[in-house]
Design a protein around this ligand. Sequence first.
Ligand SMILES: [Fe+2]
Length: 315
Amino acid sequence: MTSAQIDRSASAADAGLTTTKAPFIEQAQKSGQLYIHQPYELYNEDNHEAWRRLYDRMADRWRKYANHRFLQGIDVLCLDPKRMPRLEDVNKFMAPLTGFRAKPVSGYVPAYLFFDCLRQREFPTTISIRDKEKLDYLPEPDIFHDIAGHVPMHTDKAFADTLVRFGEAARTAAEIVGAVKDRDERVRRVTSIFKALARFFWFTIEFGLMKSEDGKSLKVYGSGLLSSYGEIAHSIDSPEVQRFPFQLEWVINQYFEIDHYQPLLFYVDSFEHLFEQVGVLEQWMKQGKLNNVSPGEPSMSEADVQSFLEAGRAA
Ligand SMILES: [Fe+2]
């Protein structure tokens, strides 16, 4: 055996579950397995080190910028700052509070399936983690974003109910478009409604701000911000960011780009306010008010369209 062969076999055995390189995930994707388990033994020391570094530098920023419900969620989940989280442990703490569970997935979940998981209090969760040398930029979610950014919010009842209501709104969307006879019109309409849903989700669940308890400042509850060392501070402190009270008609027509810090953010008064707004979104959908939202990002993939149309047929 040559030294090159030895190196290769050694690295294959210790490939870990890194976003850029995870044979276990690649295999699952190849065989079409979307829902998987978390093979905890596959995490290597680099993976644990990446988690430790990410957690370590976020801790102070969370205390300074995060909404207090998030801080309570972090405490309740008892995440280990030094080791990769076990989803089983996370669920043990979370499920009794709100019924939510983290559900491991191998990659992108088509839009309707994602929303429908929320309706059933399941949160599709990435199990790989970014490279320990590239902590800042990540085009796709990883376990730090999903478990440290999203899941602590799911311990809050009003927030958890909001996600469920969002999933119910997606089901209503599938039913509405499923009743449209003409295929082209069906696709056009589902695309418009999807943009509205995705924009709402983006400007709230991913990048939302909220008034602080005393109403004098803004705090972060969006998971894209809560999992970003640079952007969490930028979102609150930078004079370059425009921050407006949440306005549904604006949000559903506002395009967004994912590859840079967000220049425009919206704040809600409370999670009860957010919950109520998802209800209004669904009402507007039923009234046809989401059928012609402005074009632009986000785009809808063929898999996203199909997921809604199939759900509509089944309804
Ligand atoms: Fe996210």
